[in-house]
Design a protein around this ligand. Structure first.
Ligand code: PMP
Length: 287
């Protein structure tokens, strides 16, 4: 049984799914990936995830060796084989096997890997009470260095931020960009709610444009809340009525304390709760 692992056309299990030590994905973090959710045996927003994967690959001069519709079918086939109703998919394209130098031209064939498993980031009480977060000193990548819009295999800055949070005993971290604007959490996008209006950093500022973020923006507009994609300072978060994070693995989760400041009333707010509920319904509906 799970996980199901697919590497370049062959299925493996946890014990046998292995990659070469000469794969530049391992040697240099040279590759791109997606985290995708399965609800009720249906893959949530697979076209959007595939679009982002192929765009990320283009951003790092990597050609995905399969056409998008073929990869779409393979992901669905792997989910079917897993037998899981609820699952988390990790889809990767690595530069492939090369020599010990950096040159990607020495890697003739990118590898495509698909893992179908399960995930749970936090126990239910974190969703009920909200997360305690701090602003990490580690910023996200500068957008003209490794663009944060590319979901690359280089997650060290996000991991280092996460380590700061772990060392401080909090649940999650907020990361700033190189200019000091609020960017995102370690693997999630963020929203502040003030006077019934949602505010979130714009993708062009240099953040990962989350599939969950986009879904929540649609849901908020449907529910007639205002949504503004604007640069945010930490002040905007500290003084918000509500704050929440969105991500494929986390879904929608409130932040009730940031850098020692209680956000709003210190509990998940009504708009956060409503959007979390609407997101669950959307995920189960699957559109
Ligand atoms: N930012 C980062 C850095 C992430 O890794 C993720 C998770 N993919 C997100 C935001 C949220 O994106 P999504 O809603 O597509 O999972």
């Amino acid at each position: 049984m799970p996980p199901i692992i697919w590497i370049d056309g062959t299925y493996y299990d946890r014990a046998t799914g292995k990659v070469s030590v000469f794969d530049h994905g391992l040697l240099y973090g040279d590759g791109v990936f997606e985290g995708i959710r399965v609800y009720n045996r249906r893959v949530f927003r697979l076209p959007q995830h595939l679009d982002r994967l192929y765009a990320s690959a283009k951003g790092v001069w990597l050609e995905v060796p399969l056409a998008k519709p073929v990869l779409h079918r393979l992901v669905e086939e792997a989910v079917g084989k897993s037998g899981l109703d609820e699952a988390y998919i990790r889809l990767l394209v690595t530069r492939g096997v090369g020599d010990l130098g950096l040159d990607p031209r020495k890697c003739p064939k990118p590898s495509v890997i698909c893992i179908v498993d399960t995930i749970q980031l936090w126990p239910q009480d974190r969703y009920d009470k909200g997360l305690v977060a701090l602003t990490a000193a580690t910023p996200i990548h500068h957008r003209e260095s490794l663009s944060p819009r590319i979901k690359s295999l280089n997650y060290l800055s996000h991991i280092l931020a996460k380590v700061e949070g772990i060392a401080a005993g909090v649940d999650e971290v907020i990361m700033l960009d190189a200019q000091g604007y609020v960017a995102e959490a370690s693997g999630m996008n963020l929203f502040a709610v003030t006077n019934g209006t949602l505010k979130t950093p714009p993708a062009y500022a240099g953040i990962l444009r989350g599939v969950t973020r986009d879904a929540v923006i649609e849901l908020a507009r449907e529910a007639t809340y205002g949504v503004e994609e604007v640069p945010l300072n930490r002040y905007d978060l500290y003084t918000a009525d509500e704050m929440f994070l969105t991500g494929t693995a986390a879904e929608v989760v409130a932040v009730t304390k940031l850098d020692g400041r209680v956000i709003g009333h210190g509990q998940p707010g009504p708009i956060t709760k409503e959007l979390a509920k609407r997101f669950k319904a959307l995920a189960i509906r699957g559109d």
